[in-house]
Ligand binder design. Structure first.
Ligand code: IPM
Ligand code: MN
Length: 368
């Protein structure tokens, strides 16, 4: 049986609690003989800063490079508001993305029927929603140089962030989007702002060219601001949305909220396949943050983190059946009415983080 090496980086806030539940699920798959996983934990974010004075240690980076996949919790919190900018918790995540060259961020937004009423949109607008945001993750304004604050002669300060994309960067993320659209509903919507930004002009040109290689996939271009509006108007018009790093950050939060809970959504960040082995560097993380307000209280919903492991089964290990099994178990649990606080309507009984983990393990036992 193949053995896979998983590095778990729980991070801060609710990260460690939800990571514990994902470890139970990983163990379940190991015990069932579906695949063997060797797991180890390390620190990232504020917890790494507290221990080592940096947002991720060199040793943890080495382990991340060596791992078959990284499972990441969440980083950040008020506690670290005053740490030097280069050591802020988010820097750990950004370094992982950049150093592991994880340029393709897949953020599915799926609305479970059982949760349709938890959305801020009307049920008919989001029931059955299944869209995938493909966000470029290692370029654009997040990493462009210069990136600085300088003091001018008149004493004012001037802040610069640089939005920059090369054709190669746009090319590779676009191909990921088209390839995935082929496994879904064959539609790609490319969001940019070519009406204002040079990078948008180039983005649109490159996507158009690549689209010609995929005549079976419908391509549409949409201005990013209009895309945000369309997402809250009629999100089901979309299948795959491809966009740059910053637009993807914003649009994926919008899409996440449509589904009824940010606590539900997993994501995958993938590198290019290795030329010899075909293996990709990969990191999986919930879309939600570290939620310091509920950290340590056992209230956090572990579904996004567990679903992220499901994406690892699918995209890193090719274990499609196992991934379907896990997604099915999550859907069963939701359909049976088990709710953490974030997805419960008024007056509904709720379980905590461990209770939700228990329910998912039980559903796996029943299905598997
Ligand atoms: C996300 C987060 C990160 C981002 C932060 C934590 C750096 O918001 O993954 O969407 O902006 O990319
Ligand atoms: Mn974000």
């Amino acid at each position: 049986m193949a053995s896979h090496n998983l590095l778990i980086l729980p991070g801060d806030g609710i990260g460690p609690e939800v990571a514990t539940q994902v470890e139970r699920v990983v163990d379940w798959f190991g015990k069932r003989g579906i695949a063997r996983f060797e797991t180890e934990r390390d620190l990232v974010g504020g917890s790494a800063y507290d221990a080592h004075g940096v947002a991720i240690s060199e040793d943890a980076m080495k382990r991340a490079h060596a791992a078959d996949a990284v499972l990441f919790g969440a980083v950040g919190g008020q506690k670290w508001a005053g740490v030097p900018y280069e050591h802020r918790p988010e820097a750990g995540l950004l370094r992982l993305r950049k150093d592991l060259k994880l340029f393709a961020n897949l953020r599915p937004a799926i609305c479970y029927p059982a949760l349709a009423d938890a959305s801020s949109l009307k049920r008919e607008n989001i029931e059955g929603l299944d869209i995938l945001i493909v966000r470029e993750l290692t370029g654009g304004v997040y990493f462009g140089e210069p990136k600085e604050i300088v003091t001018l002669e008149n004493g004012q300060k001037r802040a610069v962030d640089t939005q920059v994309y090369t054709t190669g960067e746009i090319d590779r993320i676009t191909r990921v989007a088209f390839d995935l659209a082929r496994t879904r509903r064959n539609k790609v919507s490319s969001a940019e702002k070519h009406n204002v930004m040079r990078s948008g002009v180039l983005w649109k040109q490159v996507v158009t060219e690549i689209g010609k290689e995929y005549p079976d996939v419908e391509l549409e271009h949409v201005l990013a601001d209009n895309c945000a509006m369309q997402l809250v108007r009629w999100p089901k018009q979309y299948d795959v949305i491809v966009c740059d790093n910053l637009f993807g950050d914003i649009l994926s939060d919008v899409a996440a909220m449509l589904t009824g809970s940010l606590g539900m959504l997993p994501s995958a960040s993938l590198g290019a396949p290795d030329e010899k082995t075909g293996a990709r560097k990969s990191l999986y993380e919930p879309v939600h943050g570290s939620a310091p307000d509920i950290a340590g209280k056992g209230l956090a919903n572990p579904i996004a983190m567990i679903g992220s492991f499901g994406m690892a089964l699918r995209y890193s290990f090719g274990l499609t059946e196992a991934a379907d099994l896990l997604d099915g178990a999550i859907a069963d649990v939701l359909a049976s009415g088990v709710r953490t606080r974030d997805i419960a309507g008024p007056g509904v009984n709720t379980v905590g983080t461990v209770g939700m983990g228990d329910a998912i393990i039980k559903a796996l036992d029943t299905r598997g």
